[in-house]
Design a protein around this ligand. Structure first.
Ligand code: SF4
Length: 238
């Protein structure tokens, strides 16, 4: 069975979402597109770092931000300016974070297909940034992660990324996982750092395998607690 991380996220929110074949569905905050622009600028910058060997100066970030964010926006609209100000603050924190990372970037927007259950099932996802330390250990960085620590640890994107690296680079230990959470309306950024042990990695595998097996076996229940946020609510027959 071929799945994407979006399929797994939809199913784990409410199995009827996946079954009904709708696209993801949870209501997005108004700043969602702006957060996507921050992620695009950050991965572009690290791509430049891959070529030059150093983090580009802040002026490069600022120029790229203007070209990305203002491409389809009107300057006269004050809400656009307020949103841009909040995003710029978050970008400065990302700039500082990346200048302090001692590892070398190795991959940007690393797309992978995780193989499970004797290669019968495949799940596609992406890791925004992969760094390698001097002693060949791997550091993963996820952008737009959940704000709460416990949700970050359970995040499917993180868990799939850990499994993909374990599968693709079995000789390299994952020494650290970073997650950047962005709360633009409140001008807050939180950077989670997780040092995964073997128990965490085994837990990732059993979680993902369990989810894939449930999808294949068509195990379904309605998540009534999530209905108020679900965008297909009006069309749902459950
Ligand atoms: S409206 Fe509720 S039961 Fe229906 S798909 Fe959405 S979350 Fe599930």
């Amino acid at each position: 069975m071929k799945l994407t991380v979006g399929d797994l996220e939809a199913y784990s929110y409410c199995p009827w979402l996946q079954k009904d074949g709708d696209k993801p569905f949870i209501q997005r905050p108004y700043s969602h597109e702006a957060i996507k622009s921050i992620c695009d600028v950050t991965t572009y910058i690290v791509g430049r770092q891959l070529e030059s060997g150093r983090v580009p100066a802040w002026s490069v970030w600022a120029n790229k931000w203007i070209r990305t964010y203002w491409k389809d926006r009107i300057l006269e609209d004050k809400s656009n300016t307020a949103l841009s100000d909040g995003c710029t603050l978050i970008l400065t924190e990302l700039y500082q974070m990346l200048t302090q990372v001692e590892a070398t970037p190795a991959m940007v927007n690393f797309e992978f297909e995780l193989r499970l259950n004797d290669n019968r099932d495949h799940v596609r996802s992406t890791i925004p940034l992969v760094h390698i330390t001097k002693d060949e250990q791997v550091e993963l960085t996820f952008l737009d992660s959940p704000y709460r620590e416990n949700e970050f640890r359970r995040d499917l994107i993180v868990r799939l990324g850990v499994m993909a690296v374990t599968q693709a680079m079995p000789d390299n230990k994952i020494s650290c996982i970073r997650g950047v959470s962005m709360d633009i309306p409140n001008f807050r950024t939180k950077i989670h750092t997780l040092y995964p042990n073997e128990a965490f990695i085994e837990n990732c595998l059993s979680d993902i395998v369990g989810l894939v097996v449930s999808i294949k076996n068509d195990v379904r229940y309605a998540n009534r607690l999530g209905c108020h946020k679900c965008e297909i609510g009006g069309k749902c027959k459950r």
